[in-house]
Design a protein around this ligand. Sequence first.
Ligand code: SF4
Ligand code: SF4
Length: 174
Amino acid sequence: MTRSEMYTYFYSGDVALKLGVARELYVQFGNVLLQQPDILANLTIVEANERALQVQMRAMTMGATCTLCAIRQGGGCCSIFMAGENDVLQLLMNLLAGVQVVMQQDNQQECCFLGITGCILTMKPMFCLNYNCSHIKEKEVAVTLLHLEQRTAAMLVSQAGLETLLLDFFCENL
Ligand code: SF4
Ligand code: SF4
């Protein structure tokens, strides 16, 4: 498979199709991928960055802010449209990290990965990680928002690093 064919394979189609491909790749290559030292090391870094981001988000009580927002008319920002931002490699990364990537509902309004306690994914699309709405910005001081941005940036950089390793692997093995 050429790189351009791989991009089509990994980054197009609806979220159900992409999750299906991610599961197939996990079944076929999961064990091999989890034995690659560079992939394992990067996975560990991504998971550590995600924990640090969660600590920051908890300190800002973002869970409560988003829950309040989500129960209002019009709901929160985890919409069915955003679900489409999930791509095959990012879903595969979640599977490699041990996340049970299962669709939570199909109500045609919310993102299918939005569970009752929030997003089930450890590695999320860039748009989800980067999005800080006015509800969040208006209640925090600049330095707190800066810490959030720094943790988010670290997460995104490490996710991108892992994605590059997976692309290199599949370039040689698909
Ligand atoms: S990020 Fe903002 S818009 Fe999205 S659920 Fe939270 S408070 Fe609501
Ligand atoms: S944060 Fe999670 S639940 Fe929300 S839109 Fe993104 S992937 Fe979906």
